[in-house]
Structure formats: C-alpha cells, structure tokens
Design a binder for this molecule. Structure first.
Ligand code: NAI
Length: 667
C-alpha cells in the first residue's frame, strides 16, 4: 500500500478541488487510510475561509468510489470494532454535510454504496453519462444496509422511490439517476467533467442553479413499508433475511425522526447487522461470485487459450440441446451436432423455440436465424469434424455407447481437438482409455436446464493435461458458465454433496416424518425446494441410478421408479400432484422403518451436517483443493441460500466445523 494521501485539495481561485485516488487499487474504496486523509482535507477546508465551494472528483478515469471495503467488514468480530467503523463513516459524512460552503460531487464511473452515501452528504451531484457510470446503494445484496446515511439521506432526497432502490440494491446509469433526482446535472460522455462541474458549482454559489429539493410527505410510511415487506418476503419465499428487514426498519423508523437521530438509529442497526452470520455469509457469496465471474483467475499464469472457432456436440437430447444453445448464443461459432436421424429435426425445432423465447425477452444479441444458420446437424462423422476445436459429448449414459462414440470420433477429429464428456455418473478415467489423446480429454458436467443453470464442473481425469483444464475453463467462460474444478470422483462435487442429503431425507420419511415436513424444514433454512421435491423435479430415476452406481439401493426410490413414477414433469407422476400437495398414492410405496419423529431443526441439522461431512472428505481426498469450489458448486447448482455463504462457510460460521473437525474450512 502506498503512503500517498488518498484525498488531495488544490485551490483554483475561490473553489477547492478535492481529488481522491486510492493509489495501487483498481477501485477507490473507503479504508482507514482513506478516512484519515478525508478528515485531514476537511480540516483544511474548514480553515480556508476564502473558499466559496468545493468539488470532489476521482483521480481514476473510470471509477468514482465503490463503497466500503468488504474484506474489512467480513473480518470484524467485535461489536466495538464495527461501532468504530460505522462511527467513522457517520462522523466524516456529517462533517461534510455541515460545511458552510456548497459541495459538489463530480461523478464518473462506479458510485456505489459508501461512495454514493458520500455524495449524498454533498450539496449536489453532477455525473458523466459514461458506460462505466453506475449509481446505487447495493448493500442489501452483500448482506448489509446503506448504513452510512443512505437509508436516511436518499429517501429525504427523492422520496419513496428510494425504498425500492435500497431493497433491490439497484445500480442505475447516470441518466436514470438524474431522472430520479439523485443526480442534479448530466454531462455528456465526451465532455470535460471537471470543467462542467466548475461551471455548475459557480451557478450554485451564485444561487442560479436549479436544485430540485421537493418537500416529501412521509406520513404514509407505515403503509408503504408494509407493502415493501411483502415484496421482500415474496422474493425470499417467506424467510426474514436480516439485511432487507433491517433496511426496512431503518427507513421506517428513521423517517419519523429528525435526521440527526435517524442517522444515530441507522448506525446502531448497521452495527448489529454486520455482526450477524448472514452478513458474513452473504459477503462470502459475493467473493465467490467475483472469483468465478471471470474464471481467468482460475487458469494457469501465462496460459494462452486455444482459439475456439468451431465446436461439436454429440447427442441432441436434453443436455446436448442445452449445451448447443449456450455455445451458439454466447460464442456465435459454427456448431455440428451428431445424433440419430430421428433426433435431429426435433432438436432443431426445440432450439428455435428456446431462441425465439429469448429473443422475445430481448436476451439474444443476434437474430434467431443467424444462430440457427451456424448449426449443422448430422448422423455421421463427416469431414465437418476435421477442424473442430472442442467437442462436448452428451450421449446416453452407457459406458458401451460412450466407448463406441469415442473410438469412432477419434478416427476423424484433429489431434489437438479437446474432448469433454458431460457424463454424470461414469468415471472420466474409464472413458479416457477410449480416446487417442487422454491428455486432451476431461469432464464438463453441466446442470439442467443448461441455459438457465450457471454452474459447470470441470473434471480432471488422471491423464487430463493442465492445458486441457485451462482450455475447458476458457470454454466455460466463453459460454458464460461459472466453473469449479475437481478430480474424477463419483458424483463429482455437487452430486456427491447431495447424495447423503437426499438419502437421509428419504430415511427420515421412512422413519415416519411427513414428506411435507422434511421439505419444509429445508425450505425454512433457505433452500429453494426441499430434498423430496428436488428429487421429483430432476427426475426420480436420476438419483435412483446415481445411488445404484454408488452401490446403494434406496428402497423407497426403487419402489417409486418401479411404479412408473419418474417425477411429475418427467412422467406426469411422482411424489407430488399438480396442485403441489403430496400424491396420497405414493405413501404406500414408502419403505417403512422404525418410527423416529424429528423436529424441524433436527431434520435441517441432520441433512446439512451430512453434506458438510462430504465436503470435508472431498477436501481430505483432494478432489477439490479449496473449500470455495464446494461452496460455489452448491450455491449455483442447488440454490444453497446465498446468505449462508455455501455449506462449508455456513459450517464455519455456526461453529460446526470447529466442533466436529477442530478447525474451520476457510483459513
Ligand atoms: P438424453 O437421453 O436426453 O439424450 C441422449 C442423446 O444421445 C439421445 O438423443 C440419443 O439419441 C443420443 N445418442 C445415443 N447414442 C448416440 C451416438 N452414438 N451418437 C450420437 N448420439 C447418440 O440424455 P441426456 O439427459 O441429455 O444425458 C446425456 C448425458 O448427459 C449423459 O451422460 C448424462 O449422464 C449426462 N447428464 C444428464 C443430466 C440431466 O439432467 N439429464 C445432467 C448432467 C449430465
């Protein structure tokens, strides 16, 4: 870290220009050093009586100030520490707001969280309409509230619309922020922000600027917040997630108080909130997202990706179709798909339908026809395969079929072609013997529906080369997937973690706990669906076969599958009826065991602890080399609640890791 001061004041005639820059960092954030420097500058301003106004502007070309440093907040354990940090934000911004001269924030680039709260303590804001200018209070999305004045100053500036902005953590382009009254003046992208800011500040000093500061009537606040609460609970499926709930409380209580008291209340609320496990869990999820948003950081240093100009997909069934959709829409390169003749036309019809749906929702960058023109379907290994750079195999889950496919394929493709299997239960190491270049072969395990599920597991077989892993990561990034890397292992990471979770859930049902009760226990924990419904939705035969593959015969699943119930979506019959209730006819298929009634908490802990045990085993056996791989997998493949930070982070946060293993997963 450099010793350079973050905030620097220069005097230009009667105006002070404060430039700030956290040297050596890509983004400006509020750190201890930044605050110390900011307060020194305020000391100076307070002493310089000749100054008529101040401009605050970033020294970085494309970023203003992106808020608090989240690492700093994540590491806080003591209430006193957080009190001090919250106190620093409040006292500094209150000092800024109390300056006797007008202050103007000149915004270019990210102006988020504590960055926007800083500008809200200024007299006015001017913003450049550049692509990088985004303005908002996204704290709720990282488990916090805008607790440096945001829950008070934003509603007082723009009225009730602030409630939605804060609860959704919306980030607005400059023009939208202007329209909503957050920004007072816009500067076109090609104009000089500082020059415009100087002229606008002069207008403010001269009393010529028109600043819209309407009086807002907050007498209906209770009713507005009742509605806001309903909206939040709808999104969280009835769960009282602390961050939005605290934001609601801070706004509702604060708007009935004078600003000074309201800010004190907000400070106390943010202090208490930031000490909660849910906040630390959400911040962890934010870091996991950042890590996997751009998987380049997961590739070897100096790696040069193989250019991917043409791809092939084998199998045009559920998965092959999904994979083809994502290659076409994200990479716009030619794709050849091979399957039996009868599967080709229905596959094409399916793709067109999905693309048309995406186009309707404006989610496609190119016309549907252009994408369909990049697709070639075939039933044999034509010369078209010769210059393919990458192939994803998604044919029947049968080792004999796979063997034949790989042997035929390797006769036609180029030596440097990368081949990946989407198998969910066959060993990558077993299939590697059928390919001519096992170093260029690995696993790419997608989740269904592919175009909606972000996760992909990149599987390293014994012979897979590092270069192939890097190229598979690059491919995953090109089709906008969030990858994790693991070694070959039954169920890889996600299905291995789900295995005892699902199997114990069925055991609890067999011990007399109602299906509804078991599912509800996990939904109140925050899972999007309970384990029994999850089984029904993926197709009951899928986990059944996975269990058989692992040498376990789950009797209830066997009975249900043999009864022709493959799940409501798959075969029209499963554990549930269309109205969501349990199908009474399935009850007789449950293999009854010695009754053992459990509480909701016992069910939750029983299932989740079994998951955590698998996570420990995956790390001990080096299937993954980082607990974050497990947590990324579970959040983005199963919807594990983001405010828990992933099963292993959650286990650390509640003290379970320390209790059962004597140490935390995250060091
Ligand atoms: P599917 O049965 O829907 O499709 C398989 C396709 O492969 C069929 O269209 C079939 O005609 C075709 N096929 C069979 N032999 C072929 C050959 N020699 N050459 C070309 N095509 C051939 O199966 P699904 O569900 O798409 O599964 C495919 C693979 O993906 C399997 O390995 C499965 O384990 C895996 N997987 C499945 C998931 C799912 O949720 N369905 C999730 C993740 C992986």
């Amino acid at each position: 870290m450099s010793n350079a001061k973050v905030f620097n004041l220069t005097v230009d005639g009667e105006v002070g220009i404060v430039t700030f820059d956290v040297v050596g960092e890509a983004m400006n954030t509020w750190t201890d050093a930044a605050f110390a420097s900011f307060n020194e500058v305020l000391d100076c301003i307070e002493k310089k009586e000749a100054l008529k106004g101040i401009i605050f502007i970033s020294g970085k070309p494309n970023t203003f100030l992106a808020g608090a440093n989240l690492k700093m907040i994540e590491e806080i354990e003591q209430e006193e520490e957080m009190k001090q940090i919250a106190g620093l934000f409040h006292s500094s911004f209150n000092r800024l707001a109390a300056l006797m001269v007008p202050t103007l924030a000149a915004i270019n680039g990210h102006c988020l969280g504590g960055g926007l709260e800083f500008t809200l303590a200024c007299t006015a804001r001017i913003a450049k309409e550049s692509k990088t200018t985004v303005i908002g209070l996204p704290e709720v999305n990282v488990g916090l509230i805008p607790g440096a004045g945001g829950t008070q100053r934003l509603p007082r500036l723009i009225g009730y619309p602030a409630v939605e902005l804060i609860l959704k953590g919306s980030m607005l382009p400059a023009a939208k922020a202007y329209e909503m009254g957050i920004v007072d003046k816009l500067v076109p992208a090609d104009e000089d922000l500082l020059k415009e800011a100087k002229s606008f500040l002069q207008d403010i000093i001269d009393g010529k600027a028109e600043l819209k500061r309407p009086e807002h009537d907050f007498s209906g606040i209770d009713e507005v917040m009742v509605q806001a609460r309903k909206g939040v609970l709808k999104v969280t499926r009835g769960r009282e997630v602390p961050a939005p709930m605290t934001a609601i409380r801070s706004i509702q209580e604060g708007l009935k108080l004078p600003l000074e008291k309201a800010l004190e209340n907000e400070k106390e609320l943010v202090t208490q909130l930031s000490l909660r496990n849910e906040t630390k869990g959400t911040i962890n999820t934010f870091f996991l997202k950042t890590l996997t948003d751009k998987p380049k950081g997961m590739m070897s240093k100096g790696f040069e990706p193989k250019p991917l100009k043409k791809a092939a997909v084998l199998g045009f069934g559920t998965m092959g179709r999904g994979i083809t959709i994502d290659i076409l829409r994200n990479m716009q390169i030619p794709v050849i798909v091979k399957d039996i003749p009868e599967a080709l036309e229905p596959g094409k019809v399916f793709l067109r339908k999905i693309f048309e749906g995406m186009a309707e929702k404006k989610r496609l960058k190119v016309p549907v026809d252009d994408l369909m023109n990049l697709l070639t379907v075939t039933s044999d290994y034509s010369d078209d395969f010769k210059d393919v750079d990458i192939i994803v195999e998604a044919v029947f889950e049968d080792i004999k079929v796979k063997e034949q496919v790989y042997r035929e394929l390797c006769d036609v493709v180029a030596d440097d072609c990368i081949i990946a299997s989407n198998t969910s239960s066959l060993p990558i190491n077993a299939m590697a013997q059928y390919v001519s270049h096992p170093e260029r072969f690995g696993g790419l395990h997608f989740f269904s529906p592919v175009w909606m599920m972000q996760l992909v597991e990149v599987v390293r077989g014994e012979k897979t080369g590092q270069d192939t892993i890097d190229n598979l990561l690059n491919f995953a990034a090109s089709i906008r997937k969030r990858p994790i890397v693991c070694l070959d292992n039954p169920g890889f990471v996600v299905n291995a973690m789900l295995f005892p979770y699902i199997s114990n859930a069925f055991q609890y049902v067999e011990e007399g706990n109602a299906i509804e009760k078991v599912d509800k226990a996990l939904m109140s924990f925050g899972m999007p669906v309970g384990p029994i419904r999850l089984t029904d939705e993926v197709g009951i035969d899928v986990p059944y076969k996975v269990f058989v593959g692992m040498g376990v015969e789950q009797t209830t699943l066997k009975n249900v599958v043999e009864d022709g119930r493959l799940g409501l979506k798959k075969s029209g019959k499963g554990f549930f009826l269309k109205d969501g209730s349990v199908d009474p006819d399935v009850l007789s298929l449950i293999a009854k065991k010695e009754p053992k009634e459990m509480t909701e908490e016992e069910i939750q802990m029983g299932l989740l602890e079994s998951m955590v045990q698998v996570g420990k085993d995956l790390l001990d056996r080096k299937i993954v080399n980082d607990p974050r791989m497990v947590d990324v997998g579970m959040i983005w493949a199963t919807g594990f609640p983001p405010d828990k930070g992933g099963p292993l982070k959650w286990s650390d946060l509640i003290g379970l890791s320390e209790k059962i293993f004597g140490e935390n997963f995250y060091k």
